[in-house]
Design a protein around this ligand. Structure first.
Ligand code: ZN
Length: 162
């Protein structure tokens, strides 16, 4: 069996950035089961997994264009602090959900200058080359339900609440 569209694939992964810092890992939270061929994971990783067999281990580096995209300077905006009614103290690093032209987005406060707040709506990993270490644990054919929903229902096919 090899990884191909409409299969549920279970992987262990460690994600590091260019500096070698671990950004995310399945260690501690358990393996990831995803539906292959349905954009459940970033395009570069899906391409890297295509055709793999259970038990394979590999490393792959994925440029921003095949991950979370390049950083867009237009997504950094400065707004007046009175837009944040009810928030006592606004500090760099805080995250808020905001209604933008592109829909509901998570924005991060990057600077506070008096009553001027600078927000960044780029994905936290935009512009980053991502380095994955992957172990393919297992795979199975997806159920018709999973294909209709466009996501995996766990390694055993059980449905999650959503
Ligand atoms: Zn579902």
């Amino acid at each position: 069996m090899r990884v191909s569209p409409n299969m549920v694939v279970t992987i262990d992964y460690t994600l590091t950035n260019d500096a070698g810092e671990v950004i995310d890992s399945s260690a501690g939270q358990g393996p990831l089961a995803y539906l292959h061929g349905h954009d459940n994971i970033i395009p570069g990783l899906e391409k890297g997994l295509e055709g793999r067999e259970a038990g394979e281990q590999f490393k792959i580096s994925i440029p921003p264009t095949d991950a979370y995209g390049e950083r867009d300077p237009k997504l950094v905006q400065t707004v007046p602090s009175n837009l944040f009614e009810g928030v006592d103290a606004i500090e760099p690093g805080m995250r808020f959900q905001a209604h933008t032209d592109a829909g509901l987005e998570v924005v991060t406060v990057v600077a506070v200058n008096g009553d001027q707040i600078t927000l960044d709506a780029n994905h936290a990993l935009a512009g980053e080359t991502l380095h994955f270490e992957i172990t393919v644990l297992e795979m199975r054919d997806a159920t018709p339900d999973e294909i209709a929903h466009g996501h995996a229902h766990g390694p055993d096919g059980h449905h999650h609440d959503h």
